[in-house]
Write a protein that binds this ligand. Structure first.
Ligand SMILES: Nc1ncnc2c1ncn2[C@@H]1O[C@H](COP(=O)(O)OP(=O)(O)O)[C@@H](O)[C@H]1O
Ligand SMILES: [Mg+2]
Length: 167
């Protein structure tokens, strides 16, 4: 039913918390696009999500490597590959195939993609679009699901943690 919502994130901790909240709602085979200008909070959100999945350690921005892989456990039983892309420096669509990025999108993975616009012709469609915008000293985030799987994830998210902040 509700396939989109908007949320205010007052500070960095709120962005991390929002990422951690989504971590509890995701299931494998999901593609999430992260939109927003430089400094909008995309990497901060990814950090919150990856730590929320139980990864202990530094979550580096994949600005130079294009992608950083993480292997985490989901519900202590199922292993999940999370790939955090930052395509800001990506400018050759042929490189997509050459680098084998296509294989990163599979039934056991979740892909987070900063700057998806840079590889628009190569990327699989998004299940969820998340857009970050500056608002005062904080950020406003807009979340939009495009597929049944994306909607299922948002529903789970809204039911659990966002119940009170959505109205
Ligand atoms: N909700 C927020 N309010 C204020 N500052 C934030 C918020 N979320 C993140 N930040 C700050 O914004 C800066 C840029 O964040 P980053 O996640 O690297 O942006 P991006 O990946 O979109 O370029 C960081 O200094 C971070 O602490
Ligand atoms: Mg970034």
């Amino acid at each position: 039913m509700d396939n989109n919502f908007t949320l205010d994130l007052a500070d960095e901790a709120a962005t991390l918390g929002f990422g951690a909240a989504i971590a509890k709602a995701i299931t494998p085979n999901l593609t999430i696009y992260l939109h927003g200008d430089l400094g909008a909070g995309k990497t901060t959100f990814a950090r919150g999500l990856i730590h929320g999945l139980g990864f202990v350690g530094k979550v580096k921005s994949p600005t130079y490597t294009l992608v950083e892989p993480y292997e985490v456990m989901l519900n202590q039983t199922e292993s999940l590959n999370l790939y955090h892309f930052d395509l800001y420096r990506f400018n050759d669509e042929e490189e997509w195939e050459a680098a084998g990025f296509r294989d990163y999108f599979n039934p056991t993975s979740v892909c987070l993609i900063e700057w998806p616009e840079k590889a628009a012709h190569s990327l699989p469609v998004a299940d969820i679009d998340i857009s970050f915008n500056l608002k005062g000293d904080g950020r406003e985030v807009n979340v939009l699901a495009h597929t049944p799987h994306g909607e299922q994830c948002l529903k789970k998210l809204q039911q659990s943690v966002l119940k009170c902040s959505n109205d």
